[in-house]
Design a protein around this ligand. Sequence first.
Ligand code: F6R
Length: 614
Amino acid sequence: MCGIVGYVGFQDAQTAIVSGLKRMEYRGYDSAGIALVNERGIEVRKKAGKIANLVQELEDHPIAPSHQGIGHTRWATHGGPTDENAHPHLGATGRVGLVHNGIIENFASLAAGLAADGVVLRSQTDSEIVAHLLEREVLVGHSLVEAMRRTVVQLRGAFTLVAVDAQSPGEVVAARRSSPLVVGVGQSEMFLASDVASFIAYTREAIELGQDQIVRITPDTVEVTMFDGTSAVTRPYHIDWDLSAAQKDGYDWFMRKEIFEQPKAVADTLLGRIGADRQLVLDEMRIDTAHLRTIDAIIVVAAGTAYHAGLIAKYAIEHWTRIPVEVELASEFRYRDPIVTSTTLVVTISQSGETADTLMAVRHAREQHAKVVSICNTNGATIPRESDAVIYTHAGPEIAVASTKGFTTQLIACYLLGLYLAQIRGTKFGDEVQRLVEELGSLSGKMDEVLDDLDGVLGLAEQLRDAEDFLFLGRHVGYPVALEGALKLKEISYTHAEGFAAGELKHGPIALVEKGLPIFIVVPPKGRDQLHDKVVSNIQEVRARGGRTIVLAERGDADAAAFADVFWPLPIVPTLFQPVLAILPLQVFACQIATLNGHDVDQPRNLAKSVTVE
Ligand code: F6R
Protein backbone atom coordinates (compact mmCIF):
# COMPACT_ATOMS: atom_id res chain seq x y z
CA MET A 1 0.00 0.00 0.00
CA CYS A 2 1.50 3.31 -1.10
CA GLY A 3 0.17 6.85 -1.26
CA ILE A 4 -0.06 8.33 -4.72
CA VAL A 5 -0.80 11.93 -5.78
CA GLY A 6 -1.30 13.84 -9.03
CA TYR A 7 -1.95 17.56 -9.36
CA VAL A 8 -2.67 20.03 -12.12
CA GLY A 9 -3.96 23.56 -11.52
CA PHE A 10 -3.31 27.14 -10.54
CA GLN A 11 -1.43 26.44 -7.30
CA ASP A 12 2.25 25.76 -6.91
CA ALA A 13 2.26 22.01 -7.66
CA GLN A 14 5.07 21.21 -5.23
CA THR A 15 3.16 22.69 -2.30
CA ALA A 16 -0.06 20.84 -3.20
CA ILE A 17 1.69 17.52 -3.78
CA VAL A 18 3.93 17.56 -0.71
CA SER A 19 1.03 18.51 1.54
CA GLY A 20 -1.01 15.66 0.01
CA LEU A 21 1.84 13.22 0.60
CA LYS A 22 2.16 14.28 4.24
CA ARG A 23 -1.52 13.52 4.78
CA MET A 24 -1.04 10.05 3.30
CA GLU A 25 2.17 9.17 5.09
CA TYR A 26 0.24 6.56 7.10
CA ARG A 27 -0.11 4.56 3.86
CA GLY A 28 3.61 4.10 3.49
CA TYR A 29 6.64 5.80 4.85
CA ASP A 30 9.81 4.11 3.71
CA SER A 31 10.53 6.58 0.91
CA ALA A 32 8.89 9.46 -0.93
CA GLY A 33 9.32 11.39 -4.14
CA ILE A 34 7.93 14.00 -6.46
CA ALA A 35 8.17 14.76 -10.20
CA LEU A 36 7.18 18.16 -11.58
CA VAL A 37 6.81 19.29 -15.17
CA ASN A 38 8.30 22.70 -15.91
CA GLU A 39 10.20 24.44 -18.67
CA ARG A 40 13.22 22.17 -18.04
CA GLY A 41 11.17 19.00 -18.67
CA ILE A 42 10.51 16.67 -15.75
CA GLU A 43 12.42 17.23 -12.52
CA VAL A 44 12.46 14.47 -9.93
CA ARG A 45 13.45 14.49 -6.25
CA LYS A 46 13.15 11.32 -4.22
CA LYS A 47 14.55 10.03 -0.96
CA ALA A 48 14.48 6.92 1.19
CA GLY A 49 12.94 7.44 4.63
CA LYS A 50 10.12 9.64 5.80
CA ILE A 51 8.68 12.57 3.86
CA ALA A 52 10.80 14.91 6.00
CA ASN A 53 13.82 13.61 4.05
CA LEU A 54 12.16 14.53 0.76
CA VAL A 55 11.31 17.99 2.09
CA GLN A 56 14.96 18.47 3.05
CA GLU A 57 16.05 17.31 -0.40
CA LEU A 58 13.68 19.84 -2.00
CA GLU A 59 15.20 22.57 0.16
CA ASP A 60 18.74 21.52 -0.73
CA HIS A 61 17.98 21.07 -4.44
CA PRO A 62 14.94 23.20 -5.31
CA ILE A 63 12.78 22.53 -8.37
CA ALA A 64 11.68 25.35 -10.68
CA PRO A 65 8.03 26.35 -10.19
CA SER A 66 5.43 24.10 -11.77
CA HIS A 67 1.67 23.61 -11.92
CA GLN A 68 1.63 19.94 -12.82
CA GLY A 69 3.14 16.92 -11.17
CA ILE A 70 2.96 13.60 -9.34
CA GLY A 71 4.10 12.34 -5.95
CA HIS A 72 4.44 9.09 -4.04
CA THR A 73 4.94 7.84 -0.52
CA ARG A 74 6.11 4.26 -0.64
CA TRP A 75 5.59 1.01 1.21
CA ALA A 76 8.13 -1.15 -0.55
CA THR A 77 7.10 -4.38 -2.25
CA HIS A 78 9.50 -5.00 -5.16
CA GLY A 79 12.95 -3.72 -4.22
CA GLY A 80 14.10 -2.40 -0.86
CA PRO A 81 13.49 1.13 0.44
CA THR A 82 16.35 3.00 -1.27
CA ASP A 83 16.64 6.34 -3.10
CA GLU A 84 16.77 4.55 -6.47
CA ASN A 85 13.71 2.44 -5.76
CA ALA A 86 11.69 5.41 -4.53
CA HIS A 87 9.10 6.75 -6.99
CA PRO A 88 8.60 8.56 -9.36
CA HIS A 89 10.34 6.56 -12.05
CA LEU A 90 11.28 7.94 -15.45
CA GLY A 91 11.30 6.29 -18.84
CA ALA A 92 14.62 5.80 -20.65
CA THR A 93 14.71 9.30 -22.17
CA GLY A 94 13.25 11.03 -19.12
CA ARG A 95 10.19 12.24 -21.01
CA VAL A 96 7.61 10.33 -18.97
CA GLY A 97 7.42 10.20 -15.15
CA LEU A 98 5.30 7.65 -13.31
CA VAL A 99 4.22 6.62 -9.81
CA HIS A 100 2.67 3.25 -9.04
CA ASN A 101 0.78 1.59 -6.22
CA GLY A 102 0.27 -2.18 -6.36
CA ILE A 103 2.09 -5.20 -7.69
CA ILE A 104 2.79 -6.02 -11.35
CA GLU A 105 2.61 -9.80 -11.42
CA ASN A 106 4.24 -10.34 -14.82
CA PHE A 107 7.07 -7.98 -13.98
CA ALA A 108 9.81 -10.56 -14.61
CA SER A 109 8.78 -11.29 -18.21
CA LEU A 110 8.27 -7.58 -18.98
CA ALA A 111 11.71 -6.80 -17.53
CA ALA A 112 13.27 -9.53 -19.67
CA GLY A 113 11.62 -8.01 -22.77
CA LEU A 114 12.99 -4.57 -21.95
CA ALA A 115 16.45 -5.97 -21.26
CA ALA A 116 16.42 -7.74 -24.64
CA ASP A 117 15.76 -4.33 -26.21
CA GLY A 118 18.77 -2.89 -24.41
CA VAL A 119 16.90 -0.94 -21.74
CA VAL A 120 18.99 -0.62 -18.58
CA LEU A 121 16.88 -0.46 -15.45
CA ARG A 122 17.92 1.96 -12.72
CA SER A 123 15.97 0.32 -9.87
CA GLN A 124 14.80 -3.06 -8.63
CA THR A 125 11.13 -2.12 -8.82
CA ASP A 126 8.32 -3.49 -10.94
CA SER A 127 7.12 0.12 -11.30
CA GLU A 128 10.07 1.38 -13.34
CA ILE A 129 9.22 -1.17 -16.02
CA VAL A 130 5.83 0.49 -16.49
CA ALA A 131 7.50 3.90 -16.88
CA HIS A 132 9.57 2.49 -19.76
CA LEU A 133 6.60 0.80 -21.42
CA LEU A 134 4.52 3.97 -21.17
CA GLU A 135 7.27 6.18 -22.52
CA ARG A 136 7.75 3.93 -25.55
CA GLU A 137 4.12 4.45 -26.51
CA VAL A 138 4.42 8.22 -26.09
CA LEU A 139 7.60 8.32 -28.16
CA VAL A 140 5.87 6.72 -31.14
CA GLY A 141 3.36 9.56 -31.10
CA HIS A 142 0.45 8.43 -28.94
CA SER A 143 -1.21 10.84 -26.54
CA LEU A 144 -0.58 10.10 -22.86
CA VAL A 145 -4.11 8.65 -22.51
CA GLU A 146 -3.70 6.38 -25.52
CA ALA A 147 -0.21 5.39 -24.34
CA MET A 148 -1.65 4.50 -20.94
CA ARG A 149 -4.35 2.40 -22.60
CA ARG A 150 -1.73 0.52 -24.63
CA THR A 151 0.41 -0.01 -21.55
CA VAL A 152 -2.17 -1.29 -19.08
CA VAL A 153 -3.20 -4.15 -21.37
CA GLN A 154 0.34 -5.48 -21.04
CA LEU A 155 0.16 -5.61 -17.24
CA ARG A 156 -1.08 -8.37 -14.91
CA GLY A 157 -1.74 -7.65 -11.25
CA ALA A 158 -3.07 -4.76 -9.23
CA PHE A 159 -2.09 -1.19 -9.93
CA THR A 160 -2.82 2.46 -9.75
CA LEU A 161 -0.58 4.39 -12.15
CA VAL A 162 -0.31 8.16 -12.35
CA ALA A 163 1.86 9.74 -15.04
CA VAL A 164 3.03 12.99 -16.56
CA ASP A 165 4.60 13.65 -19.96
CA ALA A 166 7.13 16.49 -20.20
CA GLN A 167 5.67 17.41 -23.59
CA SER A 168 2.00 17.44 -22.52
CA PRO A 169 1.67 20.52 -20.37
CA GLY A 170 -1.46 20.87 -18.28
CA GLU A 171 -2.50 17.22 -17.97
CA VAL A 172 -2.00 14.26 -15.66
CA VAL A 173 -3.20 10.77 -16.62
CA ALA A 174 -3.92 7.81 -14.37
CA ALA A 175 -5.19 4.24 -14.57
CA ARG A 176 -6.67 1.98 -11.95
CA ARG A 177 -7.14 -1.77 -11.52
CA SER A 178 -7.77 -3.37 -8.10
CA SER A 179 -6.03 -0.53 -6.30
CA PRO A 180 -7.61 2.73 -5.11
CA LEU A 181 -7.77 6.10 -6.89
CA VAL A 182 -10.02 9.13 -6.40
CA VAL A 183 -10.23 12.46 -8.22
CA GLY A 184 -10.51 15.67 -6.22
CA VAL A 185 -12.46 18.28 -8.20
CA GLY A 186 -11.38 21.84 -7.40
CA GLN A 187 -11.86 25.30 -8.94
CA SER A 188 -9.29 25.55 -11.73
CA GLU A 189 -7.39 22.63 -10.23
CA MET A 190 -7.75 18.85 -10.10
CA PHE A 191 -6.22 16.23 -7.84
CA LEU A 192 -5.62 12.51 -8.07
CA ALA A 193 -4.93 10.51 -4.95
CA SER A 194 -5.08 7.09 -3.32
CA ASP A 195 -7.52 8.54 -0.83
CA VAL A 196 -9.35 11.75 -0.13
CA ALA A 197 -7.16 12.64 2.88
CA SER A 198 -4.59 13.88 0.39
CA PHE A 199 -6.70 16.75 -1.00
CA ILE A 200 -9.35 17.35 1.65
CA ALA A 201 -7.68 20.66 2.61
CA TYR A 202 -8.36 21.97 -0.93
CA THR A 203 -11.66 20.44 -2.01
CA ARG A 204 -14.42 18.21 -0.71
CA GLU A 205 -15.82 17.31 -4.11
CA ALA A 206 -14.61 13.96 -5.39
CA ILE A 207 -15.13 11.33 -8.05
CA GLU A 208 -14.52 7.70 -7.26
CA LEU A 209 -12.94 5.76 -10.10
CA GLY A 210 -14.12 2.27 -10.92
CA GLN A 211 -12.23 -0.84 -11.92
CA ASP A 212 -10.26 -0.69 -15.19
CA GLN A 213 -10.69 3.02 -15.77
CA ILE A 214 -8.33 5.66 -17.15
CA VAL A 215 -8.66 9.28 -16.13
CA ARG A 216 -7.18 12.45 -17.65
CA ILE A 217 -7.25 15.61 -15.58
CA THR A 218 -6.58 19.18 -16.67
CA PRO A 219 -7.17 22.26 -14.47
CA ASP A 220 -10.82 22.40 -15.61
CA THR A 221 -11.76 18.93 -16.88
CA VAL A 222 -11.94 15.29 -15.83
CA GLU A 223 -12.31 12.69 -18.59
CA VAL A 224 -12.82 9.07 -17.61
CA THR A 225 -12.81 6.12 -20.02
CA MET A 226 -12.56 2.36 -19.67
CA PHE A 227 -9.33 0.51 -20.50
CA ASP A 228 -10.94 -0.50 -23.82
CA GLY A 229 -11.67 3.13 -24.72
CA THR A 230 -15.43 3.01 -24.15
CA SER A 231 -17.04 5.71 -22.03
CA ALA A 232 -17.16 5.15 -18.27
CA VAL A 233 -19.76 5.73 -15.59
CA THR A 234 -18.39 7.75 -12.67
CA ARG A 235 -19.77 8.56 -9.26
CA PRO A 236 -19.22 12.13 -8.00
CA TYR A 237 -19.72 12.64 -4.26
CA HIS A 238 -19.25 15.15 -1.49
CA ILE A 239 -16.81 14.34 1.32
CA ASP A 240 -18.14 15.21 4.74
CA TRP A 241 -15.29 13.74 6.80
CA ASP A 242 -12.70 15.75 8.63
CA LEU A 243 -9.02 15.07 8.02
CA SER A 244 -8.53 12.49 10.74
CA ALA A 245 -11.60 10.52 9.62
CA ALA A 246 -10.40 10.79 6.03
CA GLN A 247 -7.05 9.23 6.90
CA LYS A 248 -8.95 6.37 8.47
CA ASP A 249 -11.27 6.15 5.43
CA GLY A 250 -14.18 7.14 7.64
CA TYR A 251 -13.49 4.44 10.26
CA ASP A 252 -13.19 5.47 13.90
CA TRP A 253 -9.90 3.62 14.39
CA PHE A 254 -7.02 2.47 12.25
CA MET A 255 -7.57 -0.96 13.82
CA ARG A 256 -11.11 -1.16 12.47
CA LYS A 257 -9.96 0.07 9.07
CA GLU A 258 -7.19 -2.53 9.03
CA ILE A 259 -9.64 -5.28 10.00
CA PHE A 260 -11.73 -4.39 6.95
CA GLU A 261 -8.65 -4.18 4.72
CA GLN A 262 -7.89 -7.85 5.34
CA PRO A 263 -9.65 -9.36 2.31
CA LYS A 264 -7.57 -7.12 0.05
CA ALA A 265 -4.37 -7.66 2.04
CA VAL A 266 -4.81 -11.42 1.75
CA ALA A 267 -5.51 -11.19 -1.99
CA ASP A 268 -2.44 -8.95 -2.44
CA THR A 269 -0.25 -11.38 -0.51
CA LEU A 270 -1.26 -14.10 -2.97
CA LEU A 271 -0.58 -11.95 -6.04
CA GLY A 272 2.20 -13.13 -8.28
CA ARG A 273 2.68 -16.47 -6.51
CA ILE A 274 1.34 -18.69 -9.30
CA GLY A 275 3.55 -19.25 -12.34
CA ALA A 276 2.43 -19.72 -15.94
CA ASP A 277 2.59 -23.53 -15.47
CA ARG A 278 0.22 -23.24 -12.45
CA GLN A 279 3.16 -24.07 -10.16
CA LEU A 280 3.57 -22.12 -6.94
CA VAL A 281 6.43 -19.64 -7.24
CA LEU A 282 8.15 -17.94 -4.34
CA ASP A 283 10.57 -15.62 -6.11
CA GLU A 284 11.94 -14.31 -2.86
CA MET A 285 12.83 -17.82 -1.66
CA ARG A 286 16.50 -17.49 -2.37
CA ILE A 287 17.49 -20.76 -0.77
CA ASP A 288 18.58 -23.44 -3.17
CA THR A 289 15.78 -25.99 -3.73
CA ALA A 290 18.37 -28.78 -3.36
CA HIS A 291 19.08 -27.51 0.15
CA LEU A 292 15.38 -27.23 0.95
CA ARG A 293 15.02 -30.91 0.07
CA THR A 294 17.55 -31.79 2.77
CA ILE A 295 15.74 -29.95 5.56
CA ASP A 296 14.82 -32.33 8.38
CA ALA A 297 13.40 -29.91 10.94
CA ILE A 298 11.65 -26.56 10.93
CA ILE A 299 11.57 -24.16 13.86
CA VAL A 300 9.16 -21.25 13.64
CA VAL A 301 10.17 -18.32 15.85
CA ALA A 302 8.00 -15.27 16.54
CA ALA A 303 6.38 -13.11 19.21
CA GLY A 304 2.81 -12.25 20.20
CA THR A 305 0.32 -12.38 17.36
CA ALA A 306 3.00 -13.54 14.93
CA TYR A 307 3.69 -16.47 17.30
CA HIS A 308 0.02 -17.44 17.05
CA ALA A 309 0.33 -17.41 13.26
CA GLY A 310 3.34 -19.71 13.72
CA LEU A 311 1.31 -22.14 15.85
CA ILE A 312 -1.20 -22.45 13.01
CA ALA A 313 1.63 -22.83 10.49
CA LYS A 314 2.84 -25.91 12.36
CA TYR A 315 -0.38 -27.82 11.67
CA ALA A 316 -0.32 -26.93 7.98
CA ILE A 317 3.39 -27.39 7.27
CA GLU A 318 3.68 -30.70 9.12
CA HIS A 319 0.57 -32.03 7.42
CA TRP A 320 1.70 -31.10 3.92
CA THR A 321 5.44 -31.76 4.17
CA ARG A 322 5.80 -34.35 6.97
CA ILE A 323 8.74 -32.33 8.30
CA PRO A 324 8.60 -31.93 12.11
CA VAL A 325 7.85 -28.32 13.04
CA GLU A 326 8.49 -26.70 16.41
CA VAL A 327 7.12 -23.27 17.25
CA GLU A 328 9.05 -21.18 19.73
CA LEU A 329 8.54 -17.82 21.38
CA ALA A 330 11.34 -15.61 20.11
CA SER A 331 12.17 -14.43 23.63
CA GLU A 332 12.74 -18.03 24.76
CA PHE A 333 14.43 -19.46 21.70
CA ARG A 334 18.14 -18.91 22.14
CA TYR A 335 18.09 -19.25 25.93
CA ARG A 336 17.06 -22.90 25.86
CA ASP A 337 20.05 -23.87 23.74
CA PRO A 338 17.85 -25.16 20.91
CA ILE A 339 19.02 -27.96 18.66
CA VAL A 340 19.69 -26.15 15.40
CA THR A 341 21.82 -27.63 12.63
CA SER A 342 22.61 -26.87 9.01
CA THR A 343 19.60 -28.98 8.00
CA THR A 344 17.21 -27.03 10.21
CA LEU A 345 15.08 -24.37 8.51
CA VAL A 346 14.31 -21.51 10.88
CA VAL A 347 11.23 -19.53 9.90
CA THR A 348 10.74 -16.20 11.63
CA ILE A 349 7.49 -14.27 11.45
CA SER A 350 7.43 -10.55 12.16
CA GLN A 351 5.09 -7.87 10.87
CA SER A 352 7.51 -5.03 11.63
CA GLY A 353 10.70 -6.93 10.91
CA GLU A 354 12.30 -5.10 13.83
CA THR A 355 11.24 -7.08 16.91
CA ALA A 356 14.42 -7.45 18.93
CA ASP A 357 13.62 -10.92 20.34
CA THR A 358 12.98 -12.25 16.84
CA LEU A 359 16.06 -10.55 15.42
CA MET A 360 18.24 -12.15 18.10
CA ALA A 361 16.73 -15.52 17.18
CA VAL A 362 17.67 -14.94 13.52
CA ARG A 363 21.27 -14.18 14.49
CA HIS A 364 21.47 -17.18 16.79
CA ALA A 365 20.06 -19.52 14.14
CA ARG A 366 22.50 -18.29 11.52
CA GLU A 367 25.42 -18.70 13.91
CA GLN A 368 24.38 -22.36 14.13
CA HIS A 369 24.52 -22.53 10.29
CA ALA A 370 20.77 -22.90 9.85
CA LYS A 371 19.08 -21.20 6.92
CA VAL A 372 16.57 -18.55 7.95
CA VAL A 373 13.43 -17.58 6.03
CA SER A 374 11.55 -14.60 7.37
CA ILE A 375 7.94 -13.74 6.82
CA CYS A 376 7.69 -10.00 7.09
CA ASN A 377 5.46 -7.08 6.13
CA THR A 378 8.15 -4.40 6.05
CA ASN A 379 10.41 -4.43 3.06
CA GLY A 380 14.01 -3.73 3.95
CA ALA A 381 13.55 -4.10 7.73
CA THR A 382 16.40 -5.56 9.78
CA ILE A 383 15.03 -9.10 10.11
CA PRO A 384 14.52 -9.72 6.38
CA ARG A 385 17.89 -8.06 5.67
CA GLU A 386 19.64 -10.48 7.98
CA SER A 387 17.79 -13.58 6.76
CA ASP A 388 18.69 -15.92 3.91
CA ALA A 389 15.29 -15.52 2.28
CA VAL A 390 12.12 -13.59 2.85
CA ILE A 391 8.47 -13.99 2.01
CA TYR A 392 6.87 -10.58 2.13
CA THR A 393 3.27 -10.19 3.14
CA HIS A 394 1.56 -7.36 1.27
CA ALA A 395 -0.68 -5.97 3.97
CA GLY A 396 0.50 -2.36 3.65
CA PRO A 397 1.52 -0.46 6.77
CA GLU A 398 -0.16 -1.59 9.95
CA ILE A 399 -0.69 1.52 12.06
CA ALA A 400 -2.84 0.22 14.93
CA VAL A 401 -0.75 -1.39 17.66
CA ALA A 402 -3.00 -4.46 17.73
CA SER A 403 -2.07 -6.59 14.76
CA THR A 404 -4.94 -7.74 12.52
CA LYS A 405 -4.08 -7.70 8.83
CA GLY A 406 -0.54 -8.55 9.85
CA PHE A 407 -1.85 -11.83 11.32
CA THR A 408 -4.04 -13.00 8.46
CA THR A 409 -1.42 -12.21 5.83
CA GLN A 410 1.20 -14.03 7.92
CA LEU A 411 -1.07 -17.06 7.80
CA ILE A 412 -1.22 -16.81 4.01
CA ALA A 413 2.57 -16.58 3.80
CA CYS A 414 2.91 -19.63 6.07
CA TYR A 415 0.49 -21.62 3.92
CA LEU A 416 2.44 -20.60 0.81
CA LEU A 417 5.70 -21.68 2.40
CA GLY A 418 4.23 -25.04 3.46
CA LEU A 419 2.78 -25.70 0.01
CA TYR A 420 5.99 -24.60 -1.68
CA LEU A 421 8.01 -27.05 0.41
CA ALA A 422 5.46 -29.79 -0.31
CA GLN A 423 5.73 -29.01 -4.03
CA ILE A 424 9.50 -29.13 -4.24
CA ARG A 425 9.82 -32.14 -1.93
CA GLY A 426 7.03 -34.01 -3.71
CA THR A 427 4.99 -34.69 -0.56
CA LYS A 428 1.90 -33.37 -2.33
CA PHE A 429 0.98 -33.94 -5.95
CA GLY A 430 0.97 -30.88 -8.19
CA ASP A 431 -2.80 -30.97 -8.59
CA GLU A 432 -3.26 -31.14 -4.79
CA VAL A 433 -1.07 -28.05 -4.35
CA GLN A 434 -3.01 -26.27 -7.08
CA ARG A 435 -6.36 -27.13 -5.49
CA LEU A 436 -5.19 -25.76 -2.14
CA VAL A 437 -3.81 -22.62 -3.78
CA GLU A 438 -7.20 -22.14 -5.44
CA GLU A 439 -8.86 -22.50 -2.03
CA LEU A 440 -6.47 -19.83 -0.74
CA GLY A 441 -7.57 -17.61 -3.62
CA SER A 442 -11.20 -17.92 -2.57
CA LEU A 443 -10.51 -16.86 1.04
CA SER A 444 -10.61 -13.14 0.30
CA GLY A 445 -14.22 -13.30 -0.91
CA LYS A 446 -15.19 -15.43 2.10
CA MET A 447 -13.55 -12.91 4.44
CA ASP A 448 -15.75 -10.26 2.84
CA GLU A 449 -18.79 -12.40 3.61
CA VAL A 450 -17.83 -12.55 7.29
CA LEU A 451 -17.11 -8.82 7.46
CA ASP A 452 -20.41 -7.98 5.76
CA ASP A 453 -22.42 -9.65 8.50
CA LEU A 454 -21.31 -8.26 11.83
CA ASP A 455 -24.52 -7.07 13.46
CA GLY A 456 -24.48 -10.04 15.83
CA VAL A 457 -20.87 -9.35 16.84
CA LEU A 458 -21.52 -5.67 17.52
CA GLY A 459 -24.72 -6.45 19.42
CA LEU A 460 -22.95 -8.99 21.60
CA ALA A 461 -20.18 -6.50 22.40
CA GLU A 462 -22.86 -4.10 23.62
CA GLN A 463 -24.31 -6.81 25.88
CA LEU A 464 -20.92 -7.93 27.23
CA ARG A 465 -19.16 -4.59 27.54
CA ASP A 466 -19.04 -4.85 31.36
CA ALA A 467 -18.02 -8.51 31.56
CA GLU A 468 -14.81 -8.94 33.56
CA ASP A 469 -13.63 -12.32 32.31
CA PHE A 470 -13.74 -14.18 29.01
CA LEU A 471 -12.60 -17.64 27.95
CA PHE A 472 -11.63 -18.61 24.40
CA LEU A 473 -11.46 -22.29 23.46
CA GLY A 474 -10.36 -24.12 20.33
CA ARG A 475 -8.77 -27.33 19.18
CA HIS A 476 -6.29 -28.08 16.40
CA VAL A 477 -5.89 -24.80 14.42
CA GLY A 478 -8.78 -23.38 16.43
CA TYR A 479 -6.56 -23.38 19.51
CA PRO A 480 -4.17 -20.64 18.29
CA VAL A 481 -7.24 -18.73 17.10
CA ALA A 482 -8.53 -18.89 20.68
CA LEU A 483 -5.17 -17.59 21.95
CA GLU A 484 -5.22 -14.76 19.42
CA GLY A 485 -8.85 -13.86 20.18
CA ALA A 486 -7.97 -13.61 23.86
CA LEU A 487 -4.83 -11.56 23.16
CA LYS A 488 -6.77 -9.06 21.02
CA LEU A 489 -9.34 -8.58 23.75
CA LYS A 490 -6.87 -8.16 26.60
CA GLU A 491 -4.48 -5.83 24.81
CA ILE A 492 -7.02 -3.23 23.74
CA SER A 493 -9.88 -3.62 26.24
CA TYR A 494 -7.73 -4.38 29.34
CA THR A 495 -10.17 -7.17 30.18
CA HIS A 496 -9.09 -10.51 31.54
CA ALA A 497 -9.27 -13.07 28.72
CA GLU A 498 -7.71 -16.54 28.51
CA GLY A 499 -7.32 -18.85 25.56
CA PHE A 500 -7.16 -22.61 26.12
CA ALA A 501 -6.97 -25.76 24.08
CA ALA A 502 -10.53 -27.05 24.43
CA GLY A 503 -9.30 -30.55 25.30
CA GLU A 504 -7.27 -29.19 28.20
CA LEU A 505 -10.34 -27.76 29.88
CA LYS A 506 -10.98 -30.84 31.95
CA HIS A 507 -7.40 -30.75 33.23
CA GLY A 508 -7.96 -27.55 35.17
CA PRO A 509 -9.44 -24.48 33.50
CA ILE A 510 -13.00 -25.79 33.70
CA ALA A 511 -12.89 -24.79 37.37
CA LEU A 512 -13.09 -21.17 36.17
CA VAL A 513 -16.49 -21.69 34.53
CA GLU A 514 -19.37 -20.16 36.43
CA LYS A 515 -22.83 -18.93 35.58
CA GLY A 516 -22.83 -16.38 32.78
CA LEU A 517 -19.07 -16.53 31.97
CA PRO A 518 -18.77 -15.69 28.24
CA ILE A 519 -16.92 -18.49 26.45
CA PHE A 520 -16.00 -18.26 22.77
CA ILE A 521 -15.52 -21.64 21.13
CA VAL A 522 -13.99 -22.16 17.68
CA VAL A 523 -15.38 -25.36 16.17
CA PRO A 524 -13.49 -27.09 13.35
CA PRO A 525 -15.37 -27.85 10.12
CA LYS A 526 -17.47 -31.02 10.16
CA GLY A 527 -15.18 -32.77 7.68
CA ARG A 528 -12.80 -33.43 10.60
CA ASP A 529 -15.50 -35.55 12.25
CA GLN A 530 -13.71 -36.78 15.40
CA LEU A 531 -12.27 -33.40 16.15
CA HIS A 532 -15.54 -31.65 15.43
CA ASP A 533 -17.53 -33.93 17.72
CA LYS A 534 -15.00 -33.55 20.52
CA VAL A 535 -15.28 -29.77 20.41
CA VAL A 536 -19.07 -30.05 20.41
CA SER A 537 -18.71 -32.13 23.61
CA ASN A 538 -16.50 -29.38 25.05
CA ILE A 539 -19.26 -26.85 24.36
CA GLN A 540 -21.72 -29.06 26.25
CA GLU A 541 -19.31 -29.36 29.20
CA VAL A 542 -19.02 -25.61 29.72
CA ARG A 543 -22.68 -24.97 29.07
CA ALA A 544 -23.68 -27.55 31.65
CA ARG A 545 -21.73 -25.48 34.19
CA GLY A 546 -23.54 -22.24 33.36
CA GLY A 547 -21.08 -20.81 30.79
CA ARG A 548 -22.55 -18.61 28.08
CA THR A 549 -21.41 -20.19 24.83
CA ILE A 550 -20.56 -18.10 21.78
CA VAL A 551 -19.86 -20.60 19.05
CA LEU A 552 -17.98 -19.97 15.80
CA ALA A 553 -18.58 -22.85 13.42
CA GLU A 554 -19.16 -23.46 9.77
CA ARG A 555 -22.50 -22.42 8.34
CA GLY A 556 -25.16 -25.11 8.79
CA ASP A 557 -23.37 -26.89 11.64
CA ALA A 558 -26.54 -27.86 13.50
CA ASP A 559 -24.65 -30.01 16.05
CA ALA A 560 -22.62 -27.04 17.24
CA ALA A 561 -25.53 -24.61 16.97
CA ALA A 562 -27.64 -26.84 19.25
CA PHE A 563 -25.46 -25.94 22.24
CA ALA A 564 -24.76 -22.32 21.35
CA ASP A 565 -26.23 -19.40 23.24
CA VAL A 566 -24.90 -17.32 20.37
CA PHE A 567 -23.96 -18.85 16.99
CA TRP A 568 -21.64 -17.11 14.54
CA PRO A 569 -21.60 -18.98 11.21
CA LEU A 570 -18.46 -19.07 9.07
CA PRO A 571 -18.19 -19.80 5.34
CA ILE A 572 -17.11 -23.35 4.50
CA VAL A 573 -13.35 -23.79 3.99
CA PRO A 574 -10.82 -26.58 4.60
CA THR A 575 -9.96 -26.97 8.30
CA LEU A 576 -6.43 -25.62 7.96
CA PHE A 577 -7.69 -22.36 6.45
CA GLN A 578 -10.48 -21.74 8.93
CA PRO A 579 -8.35 -19.46 11.19
CA VAL A 580 -8.28 -16.81 8.45
CA LEU A 581 -12.06 -16.51 8.79
CA ALA A 582 -12.60 -17.38 12.46
CA ILE A 583 -10.32 -14.62 13.75
CA LEU A 584 -12.30 -11.85 12.01
CA PRO A 585 -15.33 -11.67 14.33
CA LEU A 586 -13.00 -11.96 17.33
CA GLN A 587 -10.97 -8.96 16.15
CA VAL A 588 -14.14 -6.94 15.59
CA PHE A 589 -15.51 -7.98 18.99
CA ALA A 590 -12.33 -6.82 20.77
CA CYS A 591 -12.29 -3.54 18.85
CA GLN A 592 -15.93 -2.90 19.70
CA ILE A 593 -15.63 -3.70 23.42
CA ALA A 594 -12.63 -1.36 23.68
CA THR A 595 -14.49 1.37 21.77
CA LEU A 596 -17.59 1.08 23.93
CA ASN A 597 -15.45 1.30 27.06
CA GLY A 598 -13.73 4.46 25.87
CA HIS A 599 -10.22 3.11 25.32
CA ASP A 600 -7.72 4.35 22.79
CA VAL A 601 -7.97 1.36 20.47
CA ASP A 602 -5.05 2.30 18.22
CA GLN A 603 -2.58 3.03 21.00
CA PRO A 604 -3.39 0.84 23.98
CA ARG A 605 -1.65 1.57 27.25
CA ASN A 606 1.83 0.17 27.90
CA LEU A 607 2.24 -1.15 24.36
CA ALA A 608 4.36 -0.13 21.38
CA LYS A 609 3.93 -1.12 17.76
CA SER A 610 7.42 -2.38 17.36
CA VAL A 611 9.27 -3.83 20.34
CA THR A 612 12.93 -3.15 19.68
CA VAL A 613 14.24 -4.12 23.10
CA GLU A 614 14.73 -7.67 24.37
C1 F6R B 1 -0.46 -7.97 19.15
C2 F6R B 1 0.76 -7.53 18.52
C3 F6R B 1 2.05 -8.04 19.04
C4 F6R B 1 3.02 -8.34 17.88
C5 F6R B 1 4.39 -8.74 18.41
C6 F6R B 1 5.34 -9.10 17.30
O1 F6R B 1 -1.59 -7.44 18.54
O2 F6R B 1 0.74 -6.75 17.61
O3 F6R B 1 1.86 -9.17 19.83
O4 F6R B 1 2.46 -9.35 17.11
O5 F6R B 1 4.93 -7.69 19.17
O6 F6R B 1 5.50 -8.03 16.44
P1 F6R B 1 6.14 -8.24 15.01
O7 F6R B 1 5.20 -9.08 14.22
O8 F6R B 1 6.29 -6.87 14.46
O9 F6R B 1 7.45 -8.94 15.21
